[in-house]
Design a protein around this ligand. Structure first.
Ligand SMILES: C[S@@+](CC[C@H](N)C(=O)[O-])C[C@H]1O[C@@H](n2cnc3c(N)ncnc32)[C@H](O)[C@@H]1O
Length: 191
């Protein structure tokens, strides 16, 4: 598919760029960075949309097919990224100026997450809460993190958790739908 000047291929079983993807792309469209990271990269479309203004780009996805898909989309659009199969921050070290994540965030009953692409566990906060508690350790001084989430799993809870981790957090993008709102929360280290 063609998205904002990029040719994005979507492998079987990989999350296709959707409204949440586009909202996160819009929120980060003015960014630039020396070292950027996209977690939960899927097709890699979000990171790719700003890759020309990022010195070194790293992408991580737990699904090997998604990681391969990310790598291929970077190559086919003439960009490079270091792509890693892994669980959130666990394969990473060092600091990043810019961190992006559109995670699986939908509440999913009581059991284990049913689908890696969209299920955020019973409350929908499984990945979101891990991200908030770990992101500060990977942010350079002056670094910014942008996380997408839904009103279905507690926007204020995310902001309060981020604040308690020493981050300033605010909603910088929003799109309202009939049954939920999608927001982008930007986090920066408190001065
Ligand atoms: C909603 S999709 C977003 C994909 C893409 N970033 C986008 O915006 O279109 C969530 C992605 O998170 C990945 N994922 C799920 N759990 C993960 C984890 N623990 N660590 C890294 N990636 C994970 C899934 O494989 C999926 O590609």
């Amino acid at each position: 598919m063609r998205i904002r000047g990029l040719e994005i291929r979507v492998f079987d079983g990989v999350y296709p760029p959707s409204e949440d993807t586009f909202l996160l792309m819009d929120a980060v469209s003015g960014e630039r960075a020396a070292r950027g990271l996209e977690l939960c990269s899927g097709t890699g479309a979000v990171g790719l949309s700003i890759a020309s203004r990022v010195g070194e780009m790293v992408a991580v996805d737990l699904n090997p097919a998604a990681a391969t898909n990310t790598l291929l989309n970077y190559r086919e659009n003439g960009m490079t990224a270091h792509v890693v199969v892994g669980d959130l921050f666990s394969p990473l070290h060092g600091e990043f100026d810019l961190i992006l994540m559109n995670p699986p965030y939908l509440p999913d009953g009581d059991g284990a997450p049913a689908d890696l692409a969209w299920s955020g566990g019973a409350s929908g906060r499984l990945i979101i809460d891990r991200f908030i508690s770990e992101v500060g350790d990977f942010m350079s001084p002056g670094g910014r993190a942008y996380m997408l989430q839904s009103s279905l799993n507690g926007i204020h809870e995310s902001i309060e958790r981020a604040e308690s981790e020493g981050l300033d957090a605010q909603v910088v993008g929003r799109r309202d739908f009939e049954f939920e709102s999608l927001v982008v929360i930007r986090m920066i280290r408190k001065a």
